[in-house]
Write a protein that binds this ligand. Structure first.
Ligand code: BEZ
Length: 220
């Protein structure tokens, strides 16, 4: 039997998200061009017509306004064909009381899933795991999460991470454990000069330790 060449990359944080062209439920896309200046949440689904995925896509569709507010586009992937996706979307809309209004990549040949290492053969050699990638406007991968097929993801957590990343980029702060909107942030350890700290954080700061300095959320 002829061997099939599967192109798989080990992706890490900070890598450029590999570009690809693919058929989706909203037409053909080329990832980098489609992203434009937006952030992207790219997430995989084990298979069409599966219960957990159905709820995840419904929740995502209902949260699309929250993603848009943050300049984030959403792109799903499932390793079935376009016709299957189209039928499934009708079920999602009906059962989750929503309208799926973002593209789902039709990846029946698993080209994109393999490119992104979304198939973990020791978990399943036919279905993808639940991968989540957050990609920034410079196309860098800023977050990677991998969930098993049987556990639905928490999309409020995904929004929380986007908020944290955007705060870091804009205001040089990090966010502590379990941080939510409105709570104190942490001044990046790389900022050590007192004058810079006073200029950058006009709301003030508390120094618990030289490496642990809290400041009110800058954009709140
Ligand atoms: C699901 O999406 O419901 C699912 C998929 C594969 C295994 C278990 C659950």
């Amino acid at each position: 039997m002829a061997a099939t060449l599967v192109q798989t990359q080990t992706l890490r944080l900070g890598d450029i998200a590999p570009d690809f062209t693919a058929e989706t439920t909203e037409g053909n896309i080329q990832l980098h061009k489609w992203m434009g200046d937006n952030w992207v949440v790219f997430f995989s689904h084990p298979k069409d017509y599966t219960p957990v995925c159905t709820t995840e896509l419904g929740v995502t569709a209902n949260l699309l306004g929250e993603f848009k507010k943050r300049n984030v586009k959403v792109l799903a992937l499932s390793v079935d064909n376009l016709k299957s996706h189209e039928g499934w979307i009708k079920d999602i809309n009906e059962t989750q009381n929503t309208t799926v209004n973002f593209p789902i990549v039709a990846d029946a040949d698993k080209k994109v899933a393999n490119l992104y290492g979304m198939i973990h053969p020791n978990a399943s050699d036919t279905m993808t795991v639940r991968t989540v990638l957050i990609i920034d406007p410079s196309k860098k991968i800023r977050l990677m999460m991998t969930y098993p097929a049987s556990t639905g993801r928490n999309f409020v957590e995904i929004l929380r991470v986007i908020d944290s990343l955007q705060l870091t980029d804009k205001f040089s702060v990090a966010t502590p454990a379990n941080w939510i909107q409105g709570q104190d942030c942490v001044i990046l350890p790389s900022i050590t000069d007192l004058k810079t700290i006073k200029n950058k954080f006009p709301k003030g700061f508390k120094e618990l330790k030289p490496y642990l300095r809290l400041t009110p959320q800058p954009n709140n």
